[in-house]
Ligand binder design. Structure first.
Ligand SMILES: [Zn+2]
Length: 154
């Protein structure tokens, strides 16, 4: 069997790496159902801040995230695709992005940190030495029985 010279292999490898880097970056700009990761978390935080989404920040683009995004797109006058493309993300991250109207409001938009153990929610992530706290809407924290931390909410 004839093998390729080492330099040709290196070149092919370089091309493959360049291609995968390019496509990973492009994928990062369009988020749709089934996506997950940090980009989805950022999307969820913003949807929560604006009142379209409530519950737990989980980094999973599921039905609830899709519904929240559809509502935002309708409110922002964008095409209602349920897909966070570059145009949607730009509108969403804009300082003047439209907040959810009262009748759609999933929550107040207030976000809090809850610890893995304990029953207080916090405005400060570093309060009380919490380890890997979850970032949730205040409504979700209350639903789970959490009450305000006296240090964070005095
Ligand atoms: Zn606290």
């Amino acid at each position: 069997m004839r093998s390729l010279p080492r330099s040709a292999l290196a070149l092919i490898l370089a091309i493959l790496l360049a291609l995968s880097a390019c496509c990973a970056a492009a994928e990062g700009e369009v988020l749709a159902r089934g996506a997950s990761g940090e980009a989805v978390e950022e999307l969820q935080v913003r949807l929560m801040e604006l009142g379209y989404l409530s519950g737990k920040l989980d980094g999973q683009f599921g039905t609830l995230t899709e519904e929240a995004l559809l509502a935002f797109q309708a409110e922002a006058g964008l095409e209602e695709t349920g897909i966070a493309d570059a145009e949607t993300l730009e509108a969403l991250m804009a300082p003047d992005a439209p907040e959810a109207p009262e009748e759609l409001r999933a929550g107040s938009g207030e976000m809090v940190w809850i610890p893995r153990t304990g029953h207080r929610y916090h405005s400060n992530k570093d309060c009380s030495g919490m380890k890997q706290p979850s970032y949730v809407t205040i409504e979700e924290a209350v639903r789970q029985g959490f009450t305000p931390c006296k240090k964070c909410y005095s």
